[in-house]
Design a binder for this molecule. Structure first.
Ligand SMILES: [Zn+2]
Length: 72
């Protein structure tokens, strides 16, 4: 069990998921919808596009700090 680096509470395991078929990614700034997101500075693809289902990613949550921790 991981602990929150800020408050030390145990993190609860769970999943971050999308409400539709979108993929999740990370970048230093959110790219506009007109540019290729892969070219954004600091881009990391977290999940691949998935048609017809929820995109999910294992994640841990600290409900006290309202923080979600994701490994990729
Ligand atoms: Zn915490």
């Amino acid at each position: 069990m991981q602990t929150c680096y800020q408050c030390g509470n145990e993190l609860e395991p769970g999943y971050l998921f999308s409400t539709k078929d979108g993929a999740l990614s990370f970048a230093d700034e959110v790219p506009s919808s007109f540019e290729n997101a892969r070219h954004a500075p600091g881009f990391v693809e977290l999940t691949a596009p998935k048609i017809g289902g929820r995109t999910t990613l294992a994640a841990d949550i600290c409900r006290k700090c309202r923080r979600i921790v994701i490994d990729y």
